[in-house]
Write a protein that binds this ligand. Structure first.
Ligand code: ADP
Ligand code: MG
Length: 417
């Protein structure tokens, strides 16, 4: 059941209402809000250029921050319109509301290939409540609906779901943008029919965050490699000591069940054989949130149990080398969750070694490598390897839900081909 995409649409002269992800980081400088990272705006350019070429009249809608139903001046999308105009090299109008007469007049004045950005939809509480009357008001300027905000598709809000329903109920089309199309292709089709061997690398903080993904991927993968703090809950479940490591004692059974399922299905399920540990010491300082700041001393690699006073922070070199060897034989790779606390350079080596192995499998063996999860993407970018994998999801929480097999409301609302 493939979804309709912008490629399939005839939009000449039509008003295309497109939901994008312009939730960009802003900083105040000399009383003005300045965009500090325009990646999300840049990423929408292919879809916008295609729509411009096709002669659509483009109405852009997005949210910024959490204004909680109020007009927060610091969360206005006005600076985004300026930036987008710069990037496209053509004017982008801005309307300081997302519904009402001003919007209707502004959109009526659009010529083919012109664009206008509406103000933050979350200035209205009705957006997150997916209020049908609000969705109908938004849809007043929509002949066609396009969703290119995969990162917001796991929420049934008025601009991500409600408008699509209104437009399609009137006989109009709701389609995926090019960004959304790529997310559905790589996190969906490619993983549903993986070229084998299919190796899944799972890490991050918690078993409970990832258990649904583990459960679903056990049915598809040939091999699952576990890293990150998640590995320590498995250790604990085996009756091993984990010291002060981040563990979830309530999820010991969850971990054991995953291993049992792996055995039953013949999945090669690997846990780390060595661990980089450190001993936390209170520095006496407090962070911005008033919590004590710890430093770590006596950092070393161990095998087996983690001593009482110590904490595990990453997979060790032996594990990284073993995982790298397995990754080298893969034809499809999915990676979700870093192998350790990579934000601290002392604990980044394991994550970086796995990243390098994924890049090599991609570049040398033609493996398809797919990276999902906000922190995994950060880790790859930090290692400057982001552009050397096949696909990095922009979805964060939405990609995790999609990988769990959840039908995302923003995707479900799109028309079938
Ligand atoms: P993603 O966003 O890619 O899905 P997660 O949010 O599940 O990944 O996990 C990422 C976080 O897990 C990172 O902030 C990282 O520091 C943390 N983490 C990984 N391993 C450890 C560890 N051994 N101890 C503490 N934190 C860890
Ligand atoms: Mg995360």
């Amino acid at each position: 059941m493939a979804k309709l995409t912008v490629r399939d649409l005839d939009v000449k002269g039509k008003r295309v209402f497109i939901r994008v992800d312009y939730n960009v980081p802003l900083e105040e400088k000399d009383g003005k809000m300045v965009i500090t990272d325009a990646t999300r705006i840049v990423e929408t350019l292919p879809t916008l250029k295609l729509l411009i070429e096709k002669g659509a009249r483009i109405v852009l809608t997005a949210h910024l921050g959490r204004p909680k139903g109020k007009r927060e001046a610091t969360m206005s999308l006005a600076p985004v319109a300026v930036k987008l105009s710069e990037l496209l090299g053509k004017p982008v109008g801005f309307i300081d509301d997302c519904i009402g007469e001003k919007v209707e007049a502004g959109v009526a004045a659009l010529k083919d290939g012109e664009l206008v950005l509406l103000e933050n939809v979350r200035y209205y509480n009705e957006e997150e409540a997916n209020d049908p009357a609000f969705a109908t008001k938004l849809a007043k300027v929509a002949d066609v609906y396009v969703n290119d905000a995969f990162g917001a598709a796991h929420r049934a809000h008025a601009s991500t779901e409600g408008v699509a329903r209104v437009v399609t109920a009137r006989g109009g089309k709701a389609a995926a943008g090019l960004l959304m199309e790529r997310e559905l292709k790589f996190l969906g089709d490619e993983l549903d029919h993986p070229v084998r061997p299919f190796v899944v690398i799972l890490g991050g903080a918690k078993v409970s965050d990832k258990i649904k993904v583990i459960d679903r991927l056990l049915e598809k993968a040939d091999t699952i490699l576990i890293g990150g703090a998640m590995a320590y809950t498995f250790k604990l479940a085996h009756g091993e000591k984990t010291g002060k490591s981040l563990v979830e004692p309530d999820h010991k059974q969850t971990a054991l069940d995953a291993e049992t399922k792996a055995k039953k299905l013949g999945v090669n399920f690997q846990l780390p054989t060595d661990t980089i540990i450190g001993t936390p010491v209170d520095t006496g300082k407090l962070n911005k949130k008033g919590k004590p700041v710890y430093d770590f001393v006596d950092i070393k690699t161990i095998k087996g149990e983690i001593p009482d006073q110590a904490e595990g922070f990453s997979i060790g070199e032996e594990t990284a080398a073993n995982y790298a060897k397995i990754i080298a034989s893969a034809k499809t790779i999915l990676w979700n969750g870093p192998m350790g606390m990579f934000e601290d350079p002392r604990f980044a080596a394991g994550t970086n070694a796995v990243a390098l192995a994924v890049v090599e499998a991609t570049q040398k063996n033609g493996a398809k490598s797919i990276i999902g999860g906000g922190d995994s993407v950060k880790a790859l970018n930090k290692a400057k390897l982001g552009d050397k994998v096949t696909f990095m999801s922009t979805g964060g929480g939405a990609s995790l839900e999609f990988l769990e097999g959840t039908v995302l409301p923003g995707v479900a609302a799109l028309s079938e081909k």
